[in-house]
Design a protein around this ligand. Sequence first.
Ligand SMILES: [Zn+2]
Length: 64
Amino acid sequence: MSRVQCPICDTPMPASPVEYPDYPFCTKRCRVIDLGRWLREDYKVASREEASEDRSTPTSADEE
Ligand SMILES: [Zn+2]
């Protein structure tokens, strides 16, 4: 494992994280993009759970 690629834009990066404050991303921009993906995923999962919960709770969900 001597070569690392930026997970966002696939830019080959030297295996020396010291020079890259945003390692393993090549730039801050790529790090922000990754963070945005994470947040969106979180939001999606959360809202989906909320929706399904709302659906399976009509008035008396005690029977199941
Ligand atoms: Zn990148």
